[in-house]
Every structure is written in C-alpha cells, then in structure tokens.
Design a protein around this ligand. Structure first.
Ligand code: C6P
Length: 408
C-alpha cells in the first residue's frame, strides 16, 4: 500500500495555491514533479562533488565519475539490461530515438526497405523515421489502430514483412494511455529479421519495464517524466547492436585516439556520449529511480489504474464529454484524454487553471493521431503516484463549471 500523504510531503511544489485554489497537478505526462530526495541529490552533487567526469585524477573528479557511473548502473538494473554498458545517457527520449535513426538506421536502411511505425506515435518517434525514409528511399508504413486506439499483434502481423528492417513503437501512448503489446510484436519483428525500437517515455515512469523480457532491441525514455530532472534520460540498446554502430556526434570524451586524419572511439557506452554530459542531472535521475523503487513501480501502476478508472467513471457522467482511448483502465496507464463538445480544449484548460487545476491541451505532439481521432486537439489529465481521488473530484467539478461558464 502507498502512503500518498507521506509521498506528497516529499513534493513541496504540490503544497501551494494557484489562483487562490489548492494546486491540482494533472499534467504528469508532460513532466512529473521532483521530490526532495531528487533535488537533494542534484544540490548535493553541486555542493560537494562538482567536477567533470572521466577526465581528472583529482578526488572530486573521481567522486563525480563514480556517482555518474553508479546512476548508469541503477538505470541498467531498473530496466533489467544485461550489462551496464548497454545504457547510453541522453538528454531524453527524443535524443535517444534520433540516435538510433541516425546511427543504426543510417547504416542498415536502404532503398525499398520498410520502416513500420503506428498512427499513435509521438512526433519524436515519427519524424526521425520519416526523415530517414526520405533520405534512403525507404518506405514508411503505419500500423492502423483498433476503434479504441489500441495496437494489436494481428495488425503487426499484417503489416510487418520480410522487407521490414525497423519497427518503432510507443510502449504507452501519450494521448490514449493505451499499452502496446511490445513483447508479442517484438516476436513478429524478429521473425522477419527486423529490430524493434521502443519509445518508453510514457511507460518507464508507470510500468515495470524489463528490456530482456520484452526482447526490445532499443528502448528510450526520459528522466523528467519519472521524477528526475529535465535534460536526462537514456537509450538502452542490445550490446551486439551498439557495438556495430557508429557515433553520430563527435568531440571530447568519446574518443580513444585522435590523429590528424583519423580517430578511434572509446568502448561502449562512452563512444555515444560526446562532450561533458549532464552529470548532476543523471545522478539525480539515479535518485529518482531509488525513489520509484522504494515506493514500488507495481504499486504506482496499480494506483494509476484506480485513478484512471475513477476518472473515467466520473467523466462518463458528464454529458457532451468524449473520452479517447480504451475505457478499461487495465488497458491503459494513468491518463485520460477527452473533449467537451462545444468548448475548445484550450478554453477547458484555461477555466481549469482558474480553479488551480493543471492539465494539458493541444495536439500533444501527435498530429497524425489527432487526424485519426478526427479532431485537431484534445484536453488531457494525467496522473502520477502523488495524485488522489479528491483531486479527480476537483477536476470533475472544474469540468462542470466549464460547461456552466460556456452555457452548456
Ligand atoms: N511527451 C507530452 O506531454 P522528451 O521531450 O524527449 O522528453 O519526450 C518526448 C516524448 C516521446 N514519446 C512520448 C510517447 C512522449 O510522450 C514524449 C513527450 C510530452 O505528452 C511532451 S510533448
């Protein structure tokens, strides 16, 4: 069982009024809040250990390097990677996915090859593949979605062929909250000799992710959606794939020897980490993992199922409110995307903000999905471990007020 009040006491930011109302923060899919323990790790690094990593022989450099590499080991353990060197620190999901497209994609995609993605992808898992396909004369194919927005293995079986070289899918949709059956689709991809790249931005914060069990070839996530600082995150890749890949950025830290007309690279993972990394940030990401593990990721997932189920049940009583994605909370993570007929989602978000309630409105960086849903934008409430049913009650009241405000 989770002690929500105890958890909330670690998040000072939650204890404030916004527009004279208690803050109800329901925009966790955009970015989560940061507990004291993570802030302390960041401040502790700057107050006591600040130095560049992998370069100096002095004590602070040693401490900074040890803490940075210890954070990498935590990420490896959290995702159940085989070895720590399979974890490349990145600025987040977007950078990680671009790295795979620009390195693995560049070397392995030729004219006529197929890259398979889906209609629900975030732009970060769409544009890198779109641009790669354009550069190479490859074919970008889309998995269609079921009526409730979910992706099925049957769809994948129909679309993935012998020509498919890369399958790139979100583990959890940032709009629909739906969970993609990655493990089963990985089997289909591998049967056809393709690799599977997983966008885990909305999964790692909420679900137990085991990259070996999923048999993912690459797996990307962001630290700021899982209690860590912005500018942090990582790419997991199977060692044998990463070994064969070329860096896409060059400079200090990533080289072994540099001569006038040629250079060689460091071993994994450092050949993919040029320049001074986000040292304090990644150390704090390690502290975020400690926090999530102490609470228990399975407990967090269960809590979110309950919150999403409660929110969906209450929202269904509001006339003119359309919910997108599967209605069964077990099929999704803790977010609910919706529209109120006759009110633009930005207006919904603005009225709610007046009530101290933070939600997101817009296309959520998923324009093809908006088209598929036959809308230009939606409102989205997204939950995390510190949210409560009382906060969902406040959201529901706020939505009723929005309807009144617009005379509906
Ligand atoms: N989605 C949202 O409000 P970055 O920006 O690199 O940390 O994450 C990008 C990203 C990739 N994939 C998915 C599924 C995502 O949800 C996101 C970020 C935020 O939905 C900001 S648009």
């Amino acid at each position: 069982m989770m002690d929500i009040q105890k958890i909330r006491s670690d998040f000072k930011i939650l204890d404030q009024n916004v527009n004279d109302k208690p803050l109800v923060y329901l925009d966790n899919a955009a970015t989560s809040q940061t507990p004291k323990q993570v802030i302390d790790a960041l401040v502790g690094y700057y107050e006591l250990d600040n130095a560049n990593v992998h370069r100096g022989v002095h004590t602070l450099a040693g401490r900074a390097t040890d803490a940075y590499e210890a954070a990498r080991a935590k990420v490896a353990r959290f995702l159940n990677a085989r070895v720590t060197s399979e974890i490349i620190f990145t600025r987040g999901t977007t950078t990680a996915l671009n790295l795979v497209a620009d390195s693995y994609g560049e070397a392995n995609i030729s004219a006529g090859d197929e890259i398979v993605i889906s209609y629900l992808e975030h732009h970060s898992n769409l544009i890198p593949w779109q641009q790669l396909a354009k550069r190479k004369g490859a074919i970008l194919k889309y998995l269609d979605l079921e009526k409730d927005g979910t992706i099925t293995v049957e769809q994948a079986e129909q679309v993935i062929t012998e020509k498919t070289k890369i399958v790139a899918l979100a583990h959890v949709s940032n709009v629909l909250g739906s969970i993609t059956p990655i493990k089963e689709i990985a089997k289909v991809a591998h049967k056809h000799g393709a690799v599977i790249v997983v966008d885990g931005a909305q999964a790692v914060p909420h679900l137990k992710v085991d990259v070996q069990d999923l048999d993912a070839d690459f797996y990307a996530f962001s630290g700021h959606k899982m209690l860590g600082p912005t500018g942090t995150g990582a790419l997991y890749g199977k060692r044998e794939l990463l070994e064969d890949m070329e860096p896409t950025e060059f400079g200090g830290e990533m080289i072994d020897f540099v001569e006038l007309y040629d250079s060689t690279w460091k071993e994994l993972p450092w050949k993919f980490e040029p320049g001074t990394p986000i040292i304090g940030g990644q150390i704090a990401l390690g502290a975020a993992i400690d926090y999530l593990e102490a609470v228990g990721i399975d407990h967090i997932h269960q809590h979110e199922i309950e919150l999403a189920g409660y929110a969906i049940e209450k929202m269904q009583t509001i006339s003119g409110l359309e919910i997108y994605g599967p209605l069964d909370p077990v099929k999704r993570c803790g977010l609910v995307t919706f529209n109120l007929t006759g009110v633009h989602p930005h207006d919904v978000a603005t009225v709610l903000d007046e009530e101290g309630i933070a939600i997101r409105a817009g296309h959520h960086c998923a324009q093809p999905l908006m088209k598929w849903l036959d809308t230009s934008s939606t409102a989205r409430a997204s939950f995390y471990l510190y949210n409560t049913k009382e906060e969902i009650d406040a959201l529901i009241q706020g939505l009723e007020l929005t309807k009144e405000y617009f005379g509906l």
